[in-house]
Design a protein around this ligand. Structure first.
Ligand code: SF4
Length: 107
């Protein structure tokens, strides 16, 4: 094999290998819980607690209910970008300003 042919093949291999490297960043961490997720529907989860149907979920009604958010729930661990982990909903992130019917006050 001549030197130029070897260089040509090496360059081709390098280009092929470079094409295998992803050019987009893969998001790290669990996804955000969608309100349409079955567990969210079961728990009455809303990413904006102000949109909770208090007739259906009277636990969040009134002045005391209006102070309830994921961010002050005992099951919440704050993360990044206003999202956090919830021990009631493993594998998904919930919104700090959100709420669900499993809310319990942080100690
Ligand atoms: Fe938010 Fe608490 Fe419900 Fe989890 S259990 S979704 S942290 S209110």
């Amino acid at each position: 094999m001549t030197q130029s042919r070897r260089e040509f093949l090496n360059a081709g291999i390098a280009l092929w290998a470079a094409s295998l490297i992803p050019t987009t960043t893969i998001a790290a961490g669990p996804p955000e819980l969608l309100e349409t997720d079955p567990i969210a529907l079961a728990l009455g989860y809303k990413k904006d607690a102000a949109t909770v149907d208090v007739a259906k979920y009277p636990k969040r009604a009134g002045a005391a209910g209006a102070t309830q958010f994921c961010s002050n729930c005992a099951l919440y661990t704050a993360g990044e970008a206003g999202l956090g982990a919830c021990t009631a909903i493993p594998g998904k992130l919930v919104a700090g300003p959100g709420w669900c019917n499993a809310w319990i006050p942080a100690a």
